[in-house]
Design a protein around this ligand. Structure first.
Ligand SMILES: Cc1cc2nc3c(=O)[nH]c(=O)nc-3n(C[C@H](O)[C@H](O)[C@H](O)COP(=O)(O)OP(=O)(O)OC[C@H]3O[C@@H](n4cnc5c(N)ncnc54)[C@H](O)[C@@H]3O)c2cc1C
Length: 381
């Protein structure tokens, strides 16, 4: 099916992202795996390429594109290259900037946005804690007022870009009596006394993504680093989760589609019993099903992209796109591994790593169960 969501400008941007992937990312793929992160020079190169400033107004060094379809094009191309890199870039460029653009003071925007746009400052967002991620309103990290600032104590875990981040948007409890209404956002900067990070976490997949624990021990954060109003942190996160979730859906679908295309090509070459393995009816039908599943998913995700570009995407529709695309991605990649046979289980084969990388898409940014909870509530259940 032809896709209708993009126009010539988006496709021109796609060509430039593709060229960046070929020139800068692909030659470094093995090295990223070895160092378990994306080196800073790559971040800077991506910044120069205009990948990070799409949501950032021009006066603060961004492109001010104000059209989510450009974000989606970037997410598709990076996810087609590698799902881990797409998660690192996505958090930095798609998830974090709207918080500062929408909630930041003029001084905060001037201080942080230009560096985020050009890749000098790497950003992370820290909501999840060791005691839980799904029940965000129950978070335990505290921020207590002290003179003209705040003192933060607590810890976060599973934070994408956490190891390298120069800036972390941290959700902390400022009023223990007020539940969700007692949460405030703070910008914690690298080098603040008492702010430390654990090791890069040893994950089942996505080795290239640096994912870390963060610790806050009496970290003094000036009030100038408070993001948005006191007590509005939870609602601010809820308002911005649809963009994170549609971004996840875009990446899920693009990643699965790319690996599926590679699998189809493989099954045309690989022979068993004197014929290509793709030509056995079972495999042919299986791939016909996968192609159909992917196209149907893509159609829904495209509608979400178009709706979000017009600021009309609801949190519930974003939740549908996120869980369904995550499920489809996992189903498709599992079949792709099968179609590769034993090679599908070898780490040196991209399909094996893609399969491992994809597993977390049913867990992060709100698990499939939490997405269904939101959809169920919308049904009045
Ligand atoms: C690689 C990776 C990167 C991540 N990056 C970030 C990041 O950058 N920033 C950040 O803040 N977090 C990040 N996370 C955290 C992620 O968002 C959480 O892991 C996720 O929200 C689930 O929280 P949890 O792990 O505490 O699971 P729990 O909340 O403990 O849930 C455990 C299980 O119970 C289920 N469950 C919970 N509540 C319900 C319910 N009401 N109904 C039905 N089932 C339920 C969950 O679906 C899950 O299956 C990342 C996680 C990973 C693995």
């Amino acid at each position: 099916m032809p896709r209708n969501v993009y126009g010539p400008d988006h496709e021109a941007f796609r060509s430039s992202v593709r060229e960046f992937v070929e020139r800068t990312l692909k030659p470094r793929a093995e090295q990223m795996l070895e160092v378990k992160s994306v080196d800073r020079d790559i971040w800077k190169e991506a910044g120069k390429q205009g990948l990070f400033g799409l949501d950032i107004p021009e006066e603060f060094g961004g492109a001010g594109a104000d059209d989510y379809r450009f974000n989606a094009v970037a997410a598709e191309e990076i996810a087609g290259f590698n799902f881990a890199v797409s998660s690192c870039f996505g958090i930095h460029s798609d998830v974090c900037p709207p918080y500062i653009v929408d909630l930041g003071t003029q001084e905060q925007k001037e201080r942080w946005l230009p560096g985020m746009a050009n890749g000098d400052l790497i950003c992370a967002i820290a909501m999840t804690e060791p005691s839980g991620g799904s029940d965000l309103a129950a978070l335990k990290t505290t921020a207590v007022r002290d003179g003209d600032g705040w003192v933060l104590n607590g810890s976060k875990t599973f934070i994408t870009n956490g190891y390298q981040a120069d800036l972390v948007i941290v959700a902390a409890r400022t009023d223990p009596a007020k539940g969700a209404k007692g949460i405030t956002l703070f910008m914690v900067e690298a080098g603040m006394e008492g702010f430390s990070r654990g090791r890069k976490l040893d994950k089942v997949g996505q080795e290239e993504a640096d994912t870390s624990e963060l610790f806050f021990e009496d970290v003094r954060v000036p009030d100038a680093n408070r993001l948005g109003e006191e007590g509005l942190g939870f609602i601010s996160m809820m308002q911005r989760l649809p963009q994170e979730r549609v971004g996840a859906a875009v990446a899920n679908t693009a990643h699965a589609f790319q690996i599926f295309r590679e699998t189809v090509a493989y099954t045309k070459e690989r022979k068993a019993f004197g014929q290509p393995v793709g030509s056995f009816q079972h495999n042919k039908f299986k791939m016909a099903e996968l192609q159909t599943k992917l196209e149907v998913t893509q159609a829904y995700v495209d509608d979400c992209i178009a709706a979000h570009a017009e600021q009309k995407l609801t949190a519930v529709d974003a939740a549908k796109a996120k869980w369904f695309s995550a499920q489809v991605q996992n189903d498709v990649l599992d079949e792709c591994v099968q179609l590769y046979g034993g090679y599908g289980f070898m780490n040196e084969y991209r399909v094996a790593r893609a399969w491992r990388d994809a597993r977390v898409s049913k867990i992060w940014a709100g698990s499939n169960e939490i997405m269904k909870e939101l959809i169920g509530r919308d049904l009045g259940l």
